[in-house]
Design a protein around this ligand. Structure first.
Ligand code: SF4
Length: 400
């Protein structure tokens, strides 16, 4: 896979390609010295959302975490979804901004234990820089589920990159619980690395700046030999704007049967919804009808691709990527993927079976993987019912 980074409208990437410390300081200045209560208020006012996929409020996570030296803050760059490359690009080109954000988040909760959790290929360029700033390194395996927040915490605690029981809260110390590692090691706060890079900008420029000039990262799949392109665009950019920025023509965008936005937990976008904002900040322009940006993956279908066939391949992948811990997930997701494939072939009753299995697996795993997978299957069937399915392939989708 060829990877490229677009730097035509950078904020997070303003220090340029492979920014070293000199370029970082020349662009952003020294490490910001901001009182904790001031920074926390700025984060709250900024409405910064988590950039790992779930979009949870960064302020709520920070403010809800028990403070103290035993608290651990993990910068999560594991990027479980194999179509996402934005976090890898961040560590490669803006490592000092990510480390600034990790150390700022650590300071906010009084932590003396900053940790970077990343795949081997993402870790290589940043490892020495991180160690020099007192950051512990933990390698993530290249599995889908290892990117889940509680899997990051469990890797730190136990060396096992699988989700923890979701009844076990990550950010509170609970001595006496069955998780002895937790009781000994204290609370754990996990933030995606893009979230932390954005936090480092908010610490420097404030929430008003973030509302006007803040950005979001997207991994756009060109579906040609050009591979994937990581783009930085304003909050609330639409799928059409993102594709145009990535080099698609208006005709090519119109010809695409649909575009998967936000990754495997995301949304199929087509027709008029191509103009709907993605990931607008609360209160920002278009925020009321905005589509969640999820992991920032933008995956347009090619002219000859059938949406249900592509979705079936994604579902088979997701079914195989369960962490083997929960029966409903281990047994239910392969059955759901099989039923979905049957539905794509028009077998009577298969769509109803997808819905039944979806209800059966949802809410019954240690993590939200089965819920998200079932939601994706049902959303896909609802979007591409026979009436909505492209009746003939559009003529062109080439990114010239
Ligand atoms: S729900 Fe599935 S993916 Fe999540 S921990 Fe259980 S088996 Fe693993």
């Amino acid at each position: 896979m060829t990877l490229r980074l677009d730097l035509s409208t950078p904020q997070v990437f303003a220090a340029g390609y492979h920014a070293d410390l000199a370029a970082h300081r020349a662009t952003f200045g020294d490490f910001p010295q901001v009182p904790a209560d001031t920074l926390l208020a700025q984060v709250q006012a900024s409405c910064l959302d988590g950039r790992g996929g779930a979009g949870f409020s960064t302020y709520t996570k920070l403010a809800g975490t028990e403070t103290g030296r035993k608290t651990t803050v993990i910068a999560n760059a594991a990027e479980g979804e194999y179509l996402s490359f934005k976090d890898r690009m961040l560590l490669e080109h803006a490592p000092h901004l990510v480390l600034d954000g990790l150390l700022l988040a650590s300071a906010l909760v009084g932590s003396s234990r900053p940790v970077l959790y990343a795949r081997q290929e993402s870790m290589a360029g940043v490892a020495a820089l991180a160690r020099a700033r007192g950051v512990e390194l933990i390698q993530a395996p290249g599995t889908y589920i290892s990117g889940e927040a509680s899997a990051a915490a469990r890797t730190y605690l136990q060396g096992i990159s699988k989700p923890m029981d979701r009844t076990t809260r990550l950010n509170r110390a609970e001595p006496g619980t069955k998780n002895v590692f937790r009781a000994e090691r204290g609370p754990i706060l996990v933030h995606n690395v893009e979230t932390l890079a954005q936090l480092a900008l908010i610490a420097r420029y404030g929430s008003d700046w973030f509302a006007r000039k803040g950005t979001r990262l997207f991994t756009v799949h060109t579906r040609t030999g050009a591979g994937a392109l990581v783009l930085e665009l304003p909050h609330g950019s639409s799928t059409r704007e993102i594709l145009l920025k990535a080099g698609f023509t208006g005709f090519e965008i119109a010809a695409a049967p649909a575009v998967l936005t936000g990754g495997f937990s995301g949304t199929w976008v087509k027709g008029e919804t191509l103009n709907t904002p993605l990931g607008a900040l609360p209160g920002g322009e278009g925020s009321e009808q905005a589509i969640a940006a999820g992991t920032g993956i933008i995956y347009p279908l090619l002219q000859k691709e059938d949406p249900l066939t592509v979705a079936a391949s994604f579902l088979n992948y997701l079914a195989a990527e369960n962490a083997g811990q929960c029966g409903p997930c281990v047994n239910g997701l392969p059955a759901l993927a099989d039923a979905f494939t049957a539905a794509t072939l028009g077998i009577p009753g298969a769509a109803a079976e997808v819905a039944r299995l979806g209800r059966g697996v949802s809410g019954r795993g240690m993590c939200k993987h089965p819920d998200a997978t079932a939601r994706f299957a049902l959303h896909t069937l609802e979007t591409f019912t026979p009436a909505n399915r492209p009746s003939r392939p559009p003529r062109v989708l080439q990114n010239s």
